[in-house]
Design a protein around this ligand. Structure first.
Ligand code: ACO
Length: 535
């Protein structure tokens, strides 16, 4: 099978939210702590009549209905979650009820677990299956769903919830660019759930781990890209040549340096525990580009000096004294940045100057580092972070912000987060994504992370990006939600904590709160068996 990727996406989030501004008042913290400090607007939350199974049922049912998919055409179903309700029975098996109705029991796949990474593991499994000799010609479904809740304190406003169902198959409008994927995995105790209702979390360490894993993935991805650049460029040209989009793509610019940079990418979608985290992550990639450009400049200068008979510098050594007088590329590389000619002072440079009183290059240069191996203290360096955030601000607006709608409004969807970011981007950009490269970053504590590329492709019919974009309807549903007071939010968390893993239980919250087309928990019997109903 060719061009295997995502054909369609369906996001589900509960109908109730709490405003982060209201939470600031309720929690008696300084104004702006959650809205500006974490970058969040609202947080979705469920009552006790919903759980991760009901949310997954809703997402799958709604996707099958919207795209008129016959359940018998599904041959694989994978679930990624960290909100499992049972230590043995998978969520996938609950979802089988939707397929059993049509006599389809021949569906491979079960659940994948590792914090927020499970959905990505599930997606990779599904794509690999369609590309493999085991594929039987049917489509795959991937579900990622989670409910993120924290004990009272600074982590609580970074909660949230949501689910996504993704249809995977060949000739996809969102084509996973094979070979352009890098992972970083290692043992860490930044966030984990050994027991109890709430997770154990070392917030600061989890932020540093997210950034460190991103650095490692990006360095590795750059290396892979460098090895196969001409291949990747040809693939992207092919995707673009079948595109009717008249907008010029960055690939139209003359070939860039022999490594991946943000100039090769049009959009970045990242796991979003809170929007500020994504802001920091993107700034980190931007900083890596800056360091690599500096290394390349130094190498070029060394070669030029060697040719002129002057003593050269080793290419891998960077030194501020070796700074060239002319940089062929401005600092900001982005979707719309066609980069040629001498250095121009960009809006981002001006921002950095205003913020720090120094030029952006000088500010970032004050923190020399090897982009393959950053010192741990660089993750806690506020000056460096502020400078990189300011310098990458324009690129962030064009490349990242379009994917943050669900994240800012629903909060952390854990396993569903990065994929709901892609759905947000598709809703916003539609056919504009044809011929564009989207960089995806998935991070799951503990830790497992991957950075991979998706290319938007022009396809005809139901799965055309314009058609998928018109069907996601995230914005409409966000606007139709019911706003709850913080007192109701806190009381609901207390109720969920009490009800956690109880037998013989009937939900206290009514199904009236739910939108039509939603599955909900109707009860838990004395044997802990859960039953669901459909509204
Ligand atoms: N106005 C504006 N900004 C403010 C205000 C205010 N009144 N008060 C604080 N801030 C800013 C801080 O300056 C800081 O900004 P910076 O990050 O740019 O420096 C930011 O708000 C956070 O404040 P802190 O005091 O540094 O941290 P806090 O104690 O609020 O905790 C944390 C934040 C660690 C993210 C916490 O919410 C948490 O533990 N969350 C769960 C873990 C998590 O999400 N980790 C991310 C990756 S792992 C995963 O996905 C689960």
């Amino acid at each position: 099978a060719k061009h295997v990727g995502i054909l369609a996406l369906e996001v589900y989030f509960p109908n109730t939210f709490v405003s982060q501004e209201d939470l600031e008042v309720h929690d008696q913290v300084q104004p702006g702590k959650y809205t500006v400090g974490l970058g969040q607007r609202n947080m979705a939350f469920t009552g006790d009549q919903e759980d991760v199974v009901s949310m997954s049922l809703t997402a799958v049912h709604s996707l099958l209905e919207k795209y008129e998919i016959d359940p018998r055409d599904i041959g694989r179903l994978e679930v990624g979650t960290e909100s499992a309700l049972d230590r043995s029975k998978s969520i996938k098996t609950f979802l089988m009820s939707l397929f059993a109705e049509r006599g389809n029991h021949d569906i491979e796949g079960v659940d994948s677990l590792n914090a927020c990474y499970g959905g990505t593991a599930a997606l990779f499994n599904a794509v690999n299956w369609v590309e493999s000799r085991a594929w039987d010609g049917r489509l795959a479904l991937v579900v990622a769903a989670d409910i993120a809740m924290y004990a009272a304190g600074p982590a609580r406003p970074s909660g949230g919830c949501g689910a996504i169902a993704m249809l995977v198959g060949p000739d996809a409008p969102l084509d996973l660019e094979r070979g352009l994927c890098a992972s970083h995995m290692e043992h860490a105790y930044d966030f984990y759930k050994p027991c109890g209702f709430y997770p154990m979390v070392d917030g600061k360490s989890s932020v540093a781990c997210y950034l460190m894993a991103l650095d490692k993935c990006y360095a590795s991805l750059c290396e892979k890209f460098e090895r196969c650049r001409s291949n990747f460029e040809r693939q992207r040209r092919l995707a673009r040549s079948s595109s009717s989009s008249s907008r010029g793509a960055p690939g139209d610019a003359p070939s860039g340096p022999p490594s991946l940079t943000l100039a090769d990418v049009d959009y970045c979608v990242m796991h979003s525990p809170f929007v500020k985290m994504v802001r920091k992550g993107f700034a980190r990639i931007f900083y890596q580009d800056h360091l690599r450009a500096d290394i390349r400049r130094t190498a070029r200068q060394a070669r030029a000096e060697a040719r002129a008979g002057a003593p050269g510098l080793l290419p891998c050594m960077r030194s501020s004294s070796s700074k060239p007088t002319q940089d062929p590329r401005p600092l900001v590389a982005g979707a719309t940045a066609h980069i040629t000619g001498p250095p121009a002072k960009t809006a981002a440079d001006i921002l950095v100057e205003e913020e720090t009183g120094r030029s952006s290059a000088a500010t970032l240069d004050a923190h020399p580092a090897d982009p393959e191996n950053f010192p741990p203290e660089s993750y806690a360096d506020r000056d460096l972070e502020r400078a990189a955030v300011a310098a990458s601000s324009d690129a962030f607006t064009s490349m990242v912000e379009p994917s943050l709608m669900a994240a800012a409004e629903c909060g952390n969807m854990y396993a569903a987060s990065v994929h709901a970011g892609l759905a947000s981007l598709v809703e916003r950009e539609g056919a504009n994504l044809e011929g564009r490269r989207i960089l995806m970053y998935s991070y799951g504590s503990g830790l497992a992370a991957s950075l991979w590329s998706v290319i938007g492709r022009k396809v005809e019919g139901t799965f055309a990006l314009s058609s998928v974009s018109s069907k996601t309807r995230i914005r409409d549903r966000l606007e139709a939600r019911r706003k709850a007071e913080p007192t109701e939010f806190v009381a609901t968390l207390e109720l969920l904590e009490k009800q956690y893993r109880q037998a013989d239980y009937a939900p206290k919250k009514a199904a009236e709160d739910l939108r039509g087309g939603t599955f909900y928990l109707s009860g838990v019997d004395t044997m802990y068996r859960r039953t669901y109903a459909y509204k």
